[in-house]
Design a protein around this ligand. Structure first.
Ligand code: GLN
Length: 539
């Protein structure tokens, strides 16, 4: 419908639409990660949230942002089509990011019991809800459009996704450097505002470039979508209205906690958030569906592959729980206990989050080369082994920070180089788990439920974010009456938390390595895919 004369022409060997998606997702991730780099600092320094509340909100918000793609993906498949979903998501995201720029006045008093600007805090919750909803509509759909731009057997598809993944990380790296700096140095509102402006430009760019999607992202049945169904409103209008209403529900869910004594005792005295309850219900529903599906007349090999996939998805939640410390406890540690001078500049705490994305950009070509090579040598580890290695790297990276604290003389700040090393190891873990996990979903899943399994993959990221929030509470530190932090005391808390997380990662990794031979038997002949390429049959 939207094709034009020039739409079919390629650019640098790829469909033009790829660059439209690349830039849209680059600016979306620019706004998402720039804002995320600032969020914990903003909550604890401006609105004077306690550390624990800050970590929990960071986790519940980011958890929702990864849970809602399940909804956004489903609505898009059935009704809206991907192009319209991306537009809707982009508008919600722009509003949310710009809403974050309203910061009201700073709280006064002690963190946790401070006098907050209640109106500004509500604007913030609403903005977070808009962003989570926007991600839900935009993120899954912009990724699926990339897949649609290539014919089924097009060999350029993998490199297309590699280019797209680079866009994600270029956006993340740039924003952690720029948005975090502006937010921390010039004012929170300017940082959030910049994230909003860039998201708006990304949206305009998508609107101008959408003709290059060549009609691949249109609704399945436009006529059905246009039909009036209620009070003269078409299905399409109702979906938009529903998205607005759902945003209001998310606004409420995000800030609602439930007193349930036995559970909060388990959670170190902190109340359960409604978001966590929703996630657990969704997760339980998924498990019930999965068990039913296993018994629903699939072949033993399909059953074996699905079991392995579910194990991989479940364990990925733990990986993200440790990995996402980088936006929580690592930022707090960088802010309060690190000498952030290096390369002749002083980095802000939020800017340190850029190291992860920079390492992804540096390592991506190496891994693109490594997997096919290992495969040729017959040394390519299977998915479970890769996940095991990923968890071990993630644990060891976290352990480096604990070691760094122990190795630094008392009273001194920890060198930033330790964090750079920790990020290098963490990202090595990410490279063998995150893109590999996406490939595993598309390879191990029974084809007719692949979208559901992709939703399950992101739901695991959502759990990971919430687990990260809870792990963060282990590292909550009380400030001194003047608002500063006792260096030795804080560092001891961080070292203890990082040591515990290291062991969790390493032990889970070892368990996955031990599971690898069984997983090979369960998946029989499909479990040796190098890097998302088509399934291969080694036997
Ligand atoms: N960093 C990747 C992205 O932003 C993956 C995140 C995840 O799945 N948790 O797209």
């Amino acid at each position: 419908m939207t094709s034009s004369a020039s739409a079919g022409r390629d650019l640098f060997g790829h469909p033009r639409g790829l660059y439209v998606c690349f830039l849209t997702e680059m600016w979306e991730r620019f706004s998402f990660y720039g804002m995320k780099a600032l969020l914990f600092l903003y909550l604890t320094k401006h609105h004077l949230f306690s550390d624990a509340d800050g970590y929990i909100l960071l986790g519940t918000y980011a958890g929702l942002a990864y849970a809602l793609p399940l909804l956004g993906g489903m609505l898009s498949d059935r009704y809206l089509g991907m192009r319209k979903s991306v537009l809707l998501g982009g508008i919600l995201l722009t509003l949310g990011q710009l809403g974050m720029a309203y910061t009201g006045h700073a709280a006064s008093g002690l963190p946790g019991q401070a006098q907050q600007d209640a109106f500004a805090v509500q604007v913030m919750y609403l903005s977070l809800a808009l962003i989570a909803m926007g991600v839900g509509f935009l993120k899954p759909n912009i990724s699926t459009i990339v897949g649609r731009l290539y014919p089924e057997d097009d060999p350029r598809r993998d490199s297309g996704f590699t280019i797209f993944y680079m866009g994600i990380n270029i956006g993340a790296a740039l924003s952690s450097l720029i948005v975090a700096y502006i937010g921390e140095k010039l004012g929170w509102g300017y940082g959030f505002g910049l994230a909003g402006v860039m998201m708006a430009l990304g949206l305009v760019q998508f609107m101008l470039g959408q003709k290059h999607l060549m009609g691949h992202a249109e609704p399945a049945d436009p006529q059905f979508l246009r039909q009036p169904v209620l009070a003269g409103l078409s299905r399409e209008a109702l979906i938009y209205l529903g998205a607005v209403l759902a945003t209001l529900v998310v606004w409420w869910v995000l800030q609602t906690r439930i007193s349930f004594e036995p559970l909060s005792q388990l959670l170190g005295g902190h109340e359960v958030t409604l978001t966590e309850v929703v996630a657990v219900v969704l997760g339980a529903g998924l498990v019930v569906w999965f068990l039913w599906f296993l018994g629903s007349g699939i072949t033993p090999r399909e059953r074996g592959s699905m079991i392995v996939l579910m194990v991989l998805i479940a364990i990925s939640a733990l990986f993200w729980g440790i990995y996402e410390q980088s936006y929580g406890t690592w930022v707090a540690f960088a802010d309060r206990g690190m000498d952030r001078n290096t390369f002749g500049i002083e980095w802000t705490a939020g800017q340190t989050t850029s190291f992860g994305a920079i390492f992804v950009i540096l390592f991506s070509p190496v891994f693109a080369w490594l997997w096919p090579r290992l495969d040729r040598l017959g040394l390519n580890p299977n998915y479970s082994a890769k996940f095991g290695i990923g968890l071990i790297f993630c644990g060891v990276g976290t352990g480096v920070l604990a070691f760094a604290i122990h190795a630094t003389p008392e009273g001194e700040l920890v060198s930033l180089w330790w964090m750079i090393l920790a990020y290098a190891l963490l990202v090595l873990g990410e490279m063998v788990l995150s893109p590999i996990g996406l490939a595993a979903v598309t390879t191990l899943s029974v084809p007719r439920v692949v979208s559901t399994m992709m939703g399950a993959w992101f739901l695991a990221s959502a759990f990971g974010e919430m687990i990260a929030g809870r792990f963060g509470t282990w590292a909550a530190v009380e400030p001194l009456p003047d608002g500063s932090f006792d260096l030795a005391g804080s560092l001891a808390v961080y070292a203890a938390t990082f040591t515990d997380l290291m062991w969790i990662g390493v032990l889970a990794g070892v368990a996955m390595l031990a599971f690898a031979p069984l997983s090979r038997r369960l998946t029989a002949r499909t479990d040796t895919v190098p890097d998302g390429a088509a399934a291969r049959d080694p036997g």
